[in-house]
Design a protein around this ligand. Sequence first.
Ligand code: SAH
Ligand code: SF4
Length: 368
Amino acid sequence: MRPESEKVNLLGLPQGALENFFAGIGEQPFRARQVLQWIHQRNADHFDAMTDLSKGLRAKLEESAVIRLPALLSEKVSNDGTIKWLFESGAGQAVETVFIPEPGRGTLCISSQVGCALDCAFCATGAQGFNRNLVAAEIVGQVNYANRALPPRANGEPAVTNVVFMGMGEPLANYRNLLPALDLLLSDFSYGLSRRRITVSTSGIVPQIHKLGDDCNVSLAVSLHAPNDQLRNYLVPINRIHPIAELLDACWTYAAKRANRFITFEYVMLRDINDSIGHAHELAGLLRGKTAKVNLIPFNPFPGNEFYRSESRDIAAFQAALRAQGIVATTRKTRGDDISAACGQLAGKVSDRVRNRLSEKKAKVATA
Ligand code: SAH
Ligand code: SF4
């Protein structure tokens, strides 16, 4: 028997890859559909449970594959019912997943990377730096875990009805693993979620927005946060590479590819930074007449940060100014902030390999 670490984790393989896996062990590709259903719909975590597979095949699977779920480090439940899970991601690292129950739906906010390299000025994940990409099994494993841990809905369906990539990391910077994870979320043999119920949130990696539009076309949210390049360069540094005009152009192309469905623009409300009526008018100027809606996010503070949340009345005035200009605008209700599970508070435990290497280099230079 192979050591566990060398076995393939079937949790991360979408139908095509699983069919190849079966072909590789001399089995019929249609087995892939059965196994997908066992893992993702019937919550099997070992091959013996798969009673419609022959004993011989189960033994063969045991030999070369595993179903490895993320390992839980901790669970916190907020007063408002929001649940935050911390999952082990190897070498003392951890990522966070948040479940947000609402009437009529259960939204899971999942992570795509251990940390994030993009370093947005107001984000706890960015402040920690980047360690590594999650693999597809670790991304989809968060959904799998939640559906196992939570009771099914009243109609018997799994607890997770919507998935948003708004946890730790930049999903479009981990495109290689994002795509198979999306494939699994969409496939009828696994989670069967519609494109409308899956939202990828990005800070604006333009080439990957174009790719996603062609490859998958799920709902898109874009972290805009500023209505001009000068301010956005400071708040969202990727803007220096892909400025607002280029980003918006990619957004409208994306929307056109998906029957002109709306793109959500996230806008974190930072007191005295980006929250004036002038900013609202500038923002409306960018989005007017387009397939766009704005979601205002009251800033969620975290230790060691220089920003403050905008006053409620300023957020309301900003929203009203957008609406007066014909822009659809909502304000996100802050959930789970008593357990640090709100947007941008997700910090897991990340030691930044990139920065550590840089500081080692700096130390070498300094001592040379
Ligand atoms: N990297 C992706 C997805 C993860 S962040 C992105 O940037 O879109 C999910 C959302 O939370 C983004 O809109 C992000 O800008 C926002 N966010 C980050 N830090 C925040 C904070 N401290 N308060 C409120 N929202 C924050
Ligand atoms: Fe990364 Fe998104 Fe945080 Fe920016 S806001 S640092 S892209 S996780």
